[in-house]
Design a protein around this ligand. Structure first.
Ligand code: ATP
Length: 933
């Protein structure tokens, strides 16, 4: 059997029952989809439900609890054993729900990153999800696409692909559409095949799909891909390490309590269980899990704000971003382009209305028609008038907005692109590249197509410019400076003149004049091809000795919301930087309008190219506008900024932007205009291509990080409070401090477990959805690897924990003394004062969680209702605690007793002390650093 690469396109299409012109029909697609299934690589499933359950029940904490339950059974404390197991189950269920939701959120995000592809089906070009492809589909490829499945190239125009995913070779290889007769070719030599996962770096073409999903070459090696572990974020890793360190410290403290208790002649069985309960209480086992939930929730909120996170670590890094480097077109501006001026040989016509008919003006000025003709033919966009649902005839555009604007202007002047293309069919092309800043197309000019009445001004003008035997013409459009580099002549009122200095300065002047008003200026040039020049195989000589015709100015308004976003960046200590391929004057105008630049300095790519590294380092510190920049300059800017300790977010849309996107801490790709390659290289994709979205994502990143810190602060302070309650009496007993030295254990093991696993957990989770604080975007970014315990965290955990412990224990001791010595025959001895300790501690923690909702603002400024989940969690915990005190069955289990109203009110009042203390501290912080308004 011959291979696909040995067969001609016709044979391939026949074998697949497809059609080279029209692709598959809808019915064929349906049956093929049923037969082949979705075009996807079956990855080793993420963490399925069972894996999550296993993780929940195999953690060290659960094992410890199970041992505690077993010990209880041995000691015939069956009720305790059952309660411990119930707590294990409850805790596992809560953990499972959290983790499962986080996993689902991640799976949904992953699903959204499936690329879209353009296929021709039933003769029409449609955009579909790559998952829906079937063998026989005709896929249209262009530079920037990732090949969605394996197939045979039917057309290849200067097509190059980077196939490193399969061959390891990072240099792009030339692709072709002609059959190869050799046998047994290695993958890298099958030049007329396209392979899933490889990247088109140049040119365009079409591919008839032959294999999809796991049948592709990439599918064959997919096993290798499955071993890639889900990436842990730096924060998760650090929290994991922190947890381990704290666990060791906690076990040390527990050992102290147990040894001291035994020295104090306490019952060894109780001490054993107490030790275990304390170990469970002291180890902050939930840290990494909560970080995951907070990150996943953050990613979901970012998506709602149009930022799709591709890699979870980005959520946390975003909050630390110090510089945002952004493209101009489409990100800072609307990418809604309209041609507003056309200039030929010093004559300028301005177009102030999209509906105006230019035909009249073109008749009297044939050069304008030549400019528009070149603009519309040397152009990959198309306009078609389709009756839309709204029943208006508004033309629908397909393609790059700059190009559609030109096609539209040509249409206004009566030049129909489709009709012209029939008359002057395209024979060859050099695609647009940001590096060259221009594109070229070669068209056949039929000599027999003599003047007739309906011949447009454009064709007449063109014919008058064609020399003798020339059969082809090359049209070039691009940035004016880049066109002047390759032009030597100029078209002036039907005459060809030498492009001398005076012409150059006239053209440069017109260019600068239009650009300084914020317009994007494109020049047009042409020349007849000589008869010995090839018209279909591109050559560098094509773009030489050109005849410059004139220029068009296009307006692209700045996005209104970006001004505000730029301002927000600045108050948040983030520097916005514009990096654009456009003209320096255009760039400066827009940068000023948006408030990006405080000075007028603009550095161009060619200036950068001449700068040694140290000079560039100095430049990037205070220049915020870079123009006429090629993708490789972007990489240099990122590197230079990083060298100076900046955390960089960088936007990009083209294939060549990939290295800069990869290098930046946060690579940001454009969801609408971006290429698949740029998306693959990025951490985040903007679904609306909007700069303001990046700033929104930074804000969400900061919220996530702040909330994780608040959670750590809350749980560790709670843990420290519980430890103090147990540790202080043990120490007092050993030092034999008067009557207090005789106090029994203030909390029983089950009470400790209850506080730690039930009452602590819910409000802690509610911290993960805490909304933004006023300060969030009014402070400079924190460094990405800052010490968790910095900025007052360590002292807070110690002093608030100590206060919490002292308040609960102190109240308990007062009651213990007041209750008098217990009657040893009373089974309920010590219950009363222990219930007081238990209750004050739980309520204090509730007060604390409300106080740590903000680092600085008081709860009253924030509003009690601004985190409803928190309110619900605190109320529920409060109700549960009352249940434990007042429901007889639970009293029995937790060895509590009903408090009378007076005792309950005393507990409530005393437990607010922690809340007030933290509020006073926040007041102090506010007083010393007022909240910026
Ligand atoms: P940004 O980098 O801010 O998105 P940009 O879109 O202008 O800016 P490029 O796409 O690299 O950057 O374009 C660089 C220059 O090339 C433009 O300023 C314009 O002069 C020219 N240009 C852009 N698109 C085309 C095109 N389709 N054909 C010919 N020239 C073009």
């Amino acid at each position: 059997m011959s291979h696909w690469y040995q067969q001609s396109p016709d044979e391939v299409a026949r074998k697949l029952s497809s059609d080279l012109e029209n692709g598959l029909s809808t019915e064929q697609v349906e049956s093929l989809q049923a037969k082949h299934g979705p075009n996807e690589l079956i990855e080793a499933a993420g963490r399925g439900p069972w894996k999550i359950v296993w993780e929940q029940i195999s953690g060290p904490m659960v094992i410890l609890l199970i041992i505690a339950a077993a010990v209880s059974v041995l000691l015939h404390e069956y009720q305790d054993a059952i309660v411990i197991l119930l707590i294990v189950v409850l805790n596992a269920v809560l953990g499972f729900i959290q983790d499962y939701r986080a996993e689902q959120a991640m799976a949904a995000l992953k699903q959204m990153t499936v690329p879209h592809v353009r296929v021709r089906r039933s003769g029409r070009v449609q955009e579909i999800s790559a998952l829906e492809l079937v063998p026989g589909d005709l896929v249209l490829l262009e530079a920037g696409n990732v090949v969605p499945a394996d197939g045979r190239l039917i057309e290849a125009q200067s097509l190059r692909a980077q196939e490193a995913a399969l061959t390891g070779e990072s240099e792009p290889v030339e692709k072709s559409d002609s059959a190869i007769s050799e046998d047994d070719l290695a993958i890298g030599d099958r030049r007329n095949l396209g392979f899933m996962g490889t990247q088109i770096t140049y040119g365009r073409g079409s591919l008839m799909i032959t294999e999809t999903g796991m049948n592709t070459e990439l599918g064959n090696i997919a096993d290798m891909l499955q071993t890639v572990e889900a990436e842990e974020t730096p924060l998760q890793r650090r929290l994991g390490e922190l947890g381990k360190g704290l666990a060791i410290a906690a076990i040390g403290i527990v050992a102290v309590v147990v040894v001291l208790g035994l020295l104090d002649q306490q019952d060894w069985k109780t001490m054993l269980l107490t030790g275990m309960a304390m170990a469970v209480a002291a180890v902050p086992e939930g840290l990494p899990a909560v970080a995951t939930v907070a990150l996943a929730l953050g990613a979901r909120k970012m998506l709602r704000r149009h930022a799709l996170i591709r890699k979870l670590p980005a959520v946390e890094t975003l909050g630390s971003v110090t510089v945002i480097c952004s493209d101009k077109t489409g990100t800072l501006t609307e990418n809604r382009m309209t041609v507003t001026a056309i200039e030929a040989a010093g004559d300028r016509i301005t177009i102030d209305n999209r509906d105006v008919n230019l035909t009249g003006r073109v008749e009297t000025n044939p050069e304008i028609s030549l400019i528009l003709g070149v603009a519309t033919l040397c152009n990959d966009a198309s306009l078609h008038t389709e009756k839309s649902e709204a029943d208006d005839d508004e033309p629908q555009s397909v393609g790059d907005p700059t190009e559609t604007a030109l096609v539209f202007a040509a249409t206004q002047a009566g030049l129909d692109k489709n009709a012209l293309e029939e008359r002057l069919p395209r024979q060859g092309e050099i695609p647009f590249e940001s590096d060259r800043k221009r594109m070229a197309t070669v068209h056949a000019v039929d000599a027999s197509d003599t003047d007739s009445e309906e011949t447009s001004a454009f064709v007449k003008e063109l014919r008058s410019a064609m020399s003798g035997d020339s059969q082809h013409v090359i049209f070039v459009k691009g940035a004016v400076d880049s066109l002047l580099d390759v032009s030597s002549r100029v078209w002036n009122n039907g005459e060809i003149e030498t492009l001398d200095e005076s012409w150059r300065s006239r053209i440069d002047g017109a260019n600068a004049d239009l650009a300084s008003n914020g317009m994007r200026v494109l020049g047009m040039a042409f020349r007849p091809l000589k008869s010995d020049e090839s018209a279909d195989s591109p050559s560098a000589d094509w773009e030489s000795d050109l005849i410059f015709v004139g220029l068009t100015a296009i307006v692209d308004p700045a996005r209104p919301e970006v001004r505000d976003a730029v301002h927000r960046c600045k108050t948040a200590g983030i520097r916005p930087v514009m990096i654009t391929g456009d003209h320096p004057l255009t760039a400066r105008h827009i940068a000023k309008e948006l408030g990006i630049s405080d000075n007028d300095r603009v550095v161009t790519g060619s200036e950068m190219a001449k700068m040694p590294e140290n000079e560039l380092d100095a430049v990037v510190q205070d220049v915020s506008v870079f123009a006429r920049v090629a993708p490789e300059h972007k990489l240099r800017i990122v590197q230079s900024l990083q060298k100076q300790g900046e955390v960089v977010a960088m936007t990009g849309d083209g294939v060549n932007d990939a290295p800069a996107l990869k290098r930046a801490e946060i690579g940001v790709a454009m969801g609408i205009t971006g290429t698949d390659v740029s998306k693959e290289a990025s951490e985040m994709v903007l679904t609306d291509d909007n700069f303001a979205t990046i700033v929104g994502a930074v804000e969400e990143g900061r919220i996530v990080y702040d909330n994780i810190r608040k959670f750590i602060m809350y749980t560790m302070t709670s843990n420290s409070g519980e430890i103090w309650v147990m540790l202080i009496p043990a120490i007092l007993a050993v030092i034999g401090w008067g009557v207090v030295g005789d106090i029994p254990l203030p909390l029983l093991p089950l009470q400790i477990l209850w506080i730690n696993l039930v009452t602590d957990g819910l409000p802690g989770l509610a911290l993960a959805v805490e909304p933004a604080e006023r300060e969030t975007m009014n402070r400079p970014p924190y460094p990405p690897n800052e010490n968790f315990f910095g900025r007052g965290m360590a002292s807070h955990i110690l002093w608030v924990g100590l206060l919490m412990g002292a308040v609960s224990l102190g109240t308990g001791i007062v009651y213990w003394l007041a209750d008098g010595p217990p009657d040893p025959s009373d089974g309920a001895a010590n219950r009363h004062w222990r219930t007081i300790v238990f209750t004050v501690l739980t309520f204090s923690q509730m007060g604390h969680v409300l106080a740590v909702r903000s680092h600085k603002e008081s709860l009253f400024q924030q509003g009690l209702f601004s985190n409803k989940l928190m309110l619900a969690a605190v109320s529920l915990t409060f109700a549960l605690q009352l249940g434990v005190i007042y429901v007889p069955f639970l009293q029995n289990v937790f060895r509590t007793t009903a408090l009378n109203l007076q005792d309950l009110l005393i507990c409530l009042a005393i437990s607010t002390l922690v809340f007030w203390a933290v509020e006073v501290q926040k007041w102090w912080i506010r007083k010393n650093s007022p909240v910026p308004q």
